[in-house]
Ligand binder design. Sequence first.
Ligand SMILES: Cc1cc2nc3c(=O)[nH]c(=O)nc-3n(C[C@H](O)[C@H](O)[C@H](O)COP(=O)(O)OP(=O)(O)OC[C@H]3O[C@@H](n4cnc5c(N)ncnc54)[C@H](O)[C@@H]3O)c2cc1C
Length: 269
Amino acid sequence: MYNIVIIGAGVIGLSIAKAIGERTNDSVLIVEKEDSYGRGISSRNSEVIHSGIYYEPDSLKASYCKRGRELIYDFCSTNHVWMNKCGKLIVAKTHQIEDLEVLNENAKINGIRDVRIIDKKEIQHLEQNVDADLALYVGCAGIVSAHGLMTAFFKHSQTNDHDYLFKSRVVGAKQLSEGYELEIENANGEIEQVSCDWVINASGLESDLVAQMLGENFPSLKYSKGCYFKLGSKWRNVFKHLIYPLPDKALGSLGIHLTLDETQSVKLG
Ligand SMILES: Cc1cc2nc3c(=O)[nH]c(=O)nc-3n(C[C@H](O)[C@H](O)[C@H](O)COP(=O)(O)OP(=O)(O)OC[C@H]3O[C@@H](n4cnc5c(N)ncnc54)[C@H](O)[C@@H]3O)c2cc1C
């Protein structure tokens, strides 16, 4: 019997575990179907600490992004997680100025500082190898080692005596008069029952299925797959900022962008 079971040990499940550990002495079990934490989307992304300039004003996404960014930078500094507040350039041609201005205005409404439109000369000063007429400079965007961040969250959770069940999949759930009973399948195909007061669904790509098991209504998922290409070592240390195009409205994506990692290697994707 646990107070709380968290389903999924990605960055969301781990950060929730950390937050619970800081606030309560509740007993916590984290159930993860893979053999370790961070094997899902959380280790297959651009590792960008977003600024929040894209999101609709007054939306939860806008406010969480802004607050979350500040918390991540603070957490990384105090916990020695690699990050780089390198800033980002959203590059454009002259005829795209209106789209840049819309983003710039949205950034202001969302209260994001250190954002401005810069001209070709300033772009060249910041990034010699970028050929663009205009750019939106976003100073507060950065990058983080996603795995480093998850490892730090995991360690915090462990110091609070949270239990982890890896190679274990939640396959069923029953709501009791008080709390839940979960069916958990281990690597040998055996099913174990665990009861708890609260269930936290942090199961990423399976969150809709888990929600169904729990009898909850859930919006349908919209899948997006990312493909990344690492450039050869001669490109190392060539770029200092994240470089993005204007968002691709037709695809609903941020567009193919350039990111850097801990070794200053360049990824496109
Ligand atoms: C291409 C791409 C690029 C992105 N770039 C960025 C970026 O630059 N910056 C940013 O902030 N965000 C980015 N994101 C979004 C970010 O990666 C996700 O929001 C985040 O990783 C989601 O974390 P999660 O913990 O919810 O999911 P996951 O990391 O997938 O964790 C869910 C876990 O639940 C487990 N699980 C699922 N079902 C069960 C079950 N039944 N029982 C037990 N365990 C289960 C899975 O194995 C998995 O480990 C990007 C996303 C994509 C797709």
